[in-house]
Write a protein that binds this ligand. Sequence first.
Ligand SMILES: NC(=O)c1ccc[n+]([C@@H]2O[C@H](COP(=O)([O-])OP(=O)(O)OC[C@H]3O[C@@H](n4cnc5c(N)ncnc54)[C@H](O)[C@@H]3O)[C@@H](O)[C@H]2O)c1
Length: 329
Amino acid sequence: MKRRSSSKRDQMKVALIGAGGMANLVHYPSLSEMHDIELVGLCDLDAQKLRATAERFHIPRTYLDYRQMLDELKPHAVYALMPPHQVFDIAIEVMTRKHALFIEKPPGLNAFQNRQMALCAQRSGVIAMCGFQRRYIPLLDALRKKVEQRGRIHTAVVTFVKCSYPIASYYNGAIDILSCDAVHAVDTLRHLCGGEAVSVAGDVRNLGADDNNAFYAIVKFSTGATGILQTNWACGRRFFRVEMHAQGISAYADPDESGILYKDGKLEGEHFDPAECAGNTADWHRLGFFDENRHFIDCVKSGKTPVSNLADTVKTMELVDRIYHSQIQ
Ligand SMILES: NC(=O)c1ccc[n+]([C@@H]2O[C@H](COP(=O)([O-])OP(=O)(O)OC[C@H]3O[C@@H](n4cnc5c(N)ncnc54)[C@H](O)[C@@H]3O)[C@@H](O)[C@H]2O)c1
């Protein structure tokens, strides 16, 4: 993938830690399309992935030790893209050295780790963002704007299901399903409903698995919106679907397929295509990764706080805890 050039003087230096799946599939393809940044270095512990990824994205310097990379390259911003049980130490080190930081979801293993990272970002005075990319999906954004033209969302339903029983954890048991992956749906619910989660009724279940694998909740938000969460890893296939409702208007969306908007009781809806909303057919555009990366880079350049900053994502991880601790009988 060839990067387009622009004057080096105007480019922001970005260093990358991690040459794994998400890095290669969505993040580095997104960054490679931006003219105002320079991918100055890449680090991974795996020499083969390091070489292949550096070649693919034309990254000039490679490292097996990220501290050495930060010492030598002094980047403005750093991506740390590895699983949640591996990211904490790196994130703290990067922010303590006063580099802006981007990490993938989840922001650490739990709310405690997320809070510690948010505190570190605050003390160091750096921009730090977690990539909860559902917030940046162009299809959902377009539908949300249409719905909110009519008024505040009063109800949102987020359904995220997969077929992966009987294993009910990620990374060989390092983290539970709700904190690691179903957390996408929790974060989307917060994003759509707005405000603070005021009260929560949860139903956490183990459906034939080695731990909990289905998580339901009704959440009342301070905006007056009701959020309904349905996540279940013992279903027939993977779906991520969103409903948003305001007075006289409803949107139903699946970012992998399509969206539809209904108004005023009419049976005919207005159709929305995910790639058309993104203006691009590539997965990293359609699914929100390009926009989330652009948002991070813009925030680093302008000093603006990112939407999914680490202090904000604490609220998502705390809502995960509340779902566990609000079991209905
Ligand atoms: N947003 C989404 O839809 C989505 C989807 C899948 C995964 N994710 C998240 O993305 C993150 C990364 O997942 P992945 O599947 O890309 O991981 P991965 O295991 O494919 O890649 C991680 C890479 O980091 C490297 N690494 C680990 N520790 C390192 C260190 N100390 N120094 C240098 N390199 C190191 C590993 O060698 C590996 O190459 C996870 O947090 C996961 O939850 C998000």
